[in-house]
Every structure is written in structure tokens, then in C-alpha cells.
Write a protein that binds this ligand. Structure first.
Ligand SMILES: Nc1ncnc2c1ncn2[C@@H]1O[C@H](COP(=O)(O)OP(=O)(O)O)[C@@H](O)[C@H]1O
Ligand SMILES: [Mg+2]
Length: 353
């Protein structure tokens, strides 16, 4: 059975997934820190980290390059807070056949819209950033935090976001130069465009047409890139780590996540059960007995805690039955949030000891 330590030591990419609030960002940062403690060069891409954690890591500003964090580790630890728009701009510049083409796209209003607000763009750019850092050769391990989403596949499908848009029939019709051959189709497109214009406004449609037209020549590059990033996500040296908490609602979400990962022929290499209530020195029946015979003085709180902890164990067992192959780590609920380097280091130690 591999341990989380093996995973941190051997993997090139770790993707931390799970629903919001369970400790994904914390786990991603702690995983990179653990790798740095092993002497590796580790970078973590965080998404909307808690402000105090971002401050502690020195990444309170959105950034497109990792910031190196000094600390008592023999390797290198670096972090960045994903800037979706700036990353998308970089991707466009990278694939553009000329500066002019890049500038036309970047200035286009339709592009500005999709690069900031299209659902899935954040996932897409997280994967892009991951692929960029991985291929730079500067890092032994790249850890990526994922945007909060119910569906694991959102992340896996994100790289295809733009190519799917480009494959769209309407797009093909809109940019079709051969009016003669496609006259009938164009008539249909013309009516679609007219209807669209009525709903969203002619300007929006013009922007979209201009966007798709200016994209010509870049499709192939985008398609190849999407294939390459999907290959990276499915590679042996890439591990998906599911972060969950023992609370009932997040267990349901976590099981759904595992199910969706399975549908994509991927497994969660590890499941981190975060914020587990610490075990008590008394068991439930004893705690309840004490609460009955000596009410007050905290005995009821003790009984409540013991009861909650029992429920936790059952739910964790239920979750793990959906991921029998996964490495499991339980991280206790700490008395405080994880907002400074020392507490993060503590989590890193708990993960890999
Ligand atoms: N084991 C833990 N004990 C106590 N607090 C934790 C623990 N793990 C995470 N937290 C805190 O819980 C909050 C949510 O964690 P975060 O990593 O931001 O979750 P997510 O990225 O999944 O939304 C943060 O304030 C974090 O400091
Ligand atoms: Mg987060």
C-alpha cells in the first residue's frame, strides 16, 4: 500500500479536488510544503485561498508566476494565486500566429467575456497553468487546487472548452467564407444570427463573429494543447487527491465525485479526510452516562462530541468503501484555522508522517 508520503515523493502532478470548504486549498498548500520538506522543488497553484493564508504565503495578489516562499525546508516551495484572465491572455498570445492576431482577440469584447465569466474558464486555466509549470522543467511537483465544483468532470472537460466552442456548427457557418456553396446553410445561419441579435443584441453577435474569425489558424494549436493536457491529467505520475470532511453532506458530495472520476477512468490515488474530530479518552456510552449522572461541567458537551465522532467514523467508512484502492489520511480538526506557515507545516507533517 502506498502512503501519502510515497505519493508526495514520487508524483509530478497532484490535483486536489472536492467540494468547497472541505480544506482543498489547505491540503494543496500542505502537500507542496511536504514535498519541499523532502527536498523537492514544489509549486502550488491556489484558487481563491483564504486571505490570511494568501498573506502568510506572500501571494495576496493574483499572480502568473510562482512566488518562492522561504522556510525551513531543504527543497523549494513556491505558490501562486491563479489569475484566470491573465493566464487566458498568455494562452492566446502563445497560440497566436502573429502579435496582431493576439491583440485583436485580446481586445475583442466576446473574448473578454468568456475569459472572465464563462463557467469552466477557471478550471481550464488551472489546467493550463498546471501544464505550463509542469513542462517548464523548473518543478519536480506541481500541486493544483481546483475551483469548487460538484462535478469532477468539470475539471477534466475544461481543457476542451474552447475546442468544443470552435467545433460548434454555428461557429463553422459563421466563419464560412464560401457563400456560394453553403448558401442554404448560410440562410439558416442568417436566421439564427438574426434571432440571436434580437435576444442578445446585434453588437454581441458582431463581437462573437469577429472573435471566431480572428481565431482562424489557431484552432489546431488549441486542439493539440487540449489533448496534451488531458494526457498529462491521465498520466501515471499524476495523482488525484480527493479532500473530504466527515460531515454528512460533504460525504455525499465526495462519493459523487469518486463516481464521476471513475466514469472518466480515473481513480482518486488518495482520500484526505479533513477536520476529523479528535478521539476522546472516553467512549460514547461512558460519556452519555457521565452526562446523565453529572449534568453540567461540560459532560453534555463531551457526550455530544463522542456522539458526533461515532457518526464520523461510520460516514468515513462509507466513503472509503467507494475508494477501496485509495491511500487514506485522516487529518484532525485543529483548534484554529490554518492561516500561518507553522500550522500549515503541522498539516504537512500530519499528511506525510
Ligand atoms: N484540519 C483543519 N483544522 C482546522 N481548520 C481547518 C482545517 N483544514 C482547513 N481548515 C480551515 O477551514 C477553512 C476552509 O479551508 P480551505 O482549505 O480554504 O477549504 P477549501 O479550499 O476546500 O474551500 C479555512 O479557514 C482553513 O484554514
Ligand atoms: Mg479553496
Amino acid at each position: 500500500m502506498t502512503t501519502y508520503r510515497d505519493l508526495v515523493e514520487g508524483c509530478e502532478v497532484v490535483v486536489c479536488c472536492g467540494t468547497g470548504g472541505v480544506g482543498k486549498t489547505t491540503t494543496a498548500a500542505a502537500t507542496a510544503m511536504a514535498a519541499a520538506a523532502m527536498g523537492r522543488r514544489a509549486a502550488v497553484v491556489t484558487i481563491d485561498p483564504a486571505k490570511r493564508l494568501a498573506d502568510a504565503l506572500g501571494i495576496s495578489e493574483l499572480g502568473n508566476d510562482p512566488t518562492v516562499i522561504d522556510g525551513p525546508w531543504s527543497g523549494t516551495l513556491a505558490a501562486l494565486m491563479l489569475d484566470t484572465k491573465a493566464t487566458f491572455d498568455d494562452v492566446v498570445r502563445h497560440h497566436a500566429t502573429s502579435d496582431e492576431q493576439a491583440e485583436t482577440i485580446l481586445a475583442n469584447r466576446f473574448y473578454k467575456n468568456i475569459s472572465t465569466s464563462l463557467s469552466g474558464t477557471q478550471d481550464y486555466m488551472a489546467v493550463e497553468k498546471l501544464a505550463e509549470l509542469h513542462s517548464s522543467g523548473d518543478w519536480d511537483l506541481v500541486v493544483v487546487d481546483t475551483p469548487p465544483t460538484r462535478d469532477a468532470l468539470a475539471f477534466l472537460e475544461a481543457p476542451k472548452l474552447l475546442t468544443r466552442l470552435l467545433d460548434n456548427t454555428i461557429y463553422k457557418i459563421l466563419i464560412s467564407p464560401s457563400q456560394g456553396v453553403l448558401r442554404a446553410v448560410n440562410r439558416a445561419a442568417g436566421s439564427v444570427v438574426r434571432q440571436l441579435s434580437r435576444v442578445v443584441g446585434a453588437e454581441v453577435v458582431d463581437d462573437a463573429i469577429e472573435f471566431f474569425q480572428s481565431f482562424q489558424g489557431m484552432e489546431e494549436g488549441f486542439r493539440e494543447r487540449a489533448d496534451a493536457t488531458l494526457t498529462l491529467l491521465g498520466a501515471d505520475a499524476t495523482a488525484f487527491v480527493l479532500v473530504a470532511s466527515p460531515r454528512a453532506d460533504t460525504i455525499v458530495e465526495a462519493k459523487y465525485f469518486l463516481d464521476r472520476l471513475g466514469k472518466a477512468d480515473l481513480d482518486a490515488a488518495a482520500v484526505i479526510v479533513n477536520r476529523v474530530l479528535p478521539a476522546l479518552s472516553v467512549d460514547l456510552s461512558r460519556a452519555q452516562q457521565m452526562a446523565g449522572s453529572h449534568p453540567g461541567g461540560g459532560t453534555q458537551a463531551l457526550a455530544d462530541h463522542a456522539a458526533a465522532a461515532v457518526g464520523d467514523d461510520d460516514r468515513i467508512a462509507d466513503l472509503l468503501s467507494s475508494a477501496p484502492e485509495a491511500t487514506v489520511v485522516r487529518v484532525p480538526l485543529l483548534p484554529s484555522d490554518v492561516h500561518d506557515i507553522d500550522t500549515l507545516h503541522h498539516i504537512a507533517t500530519l499528511l506525510t508522517d
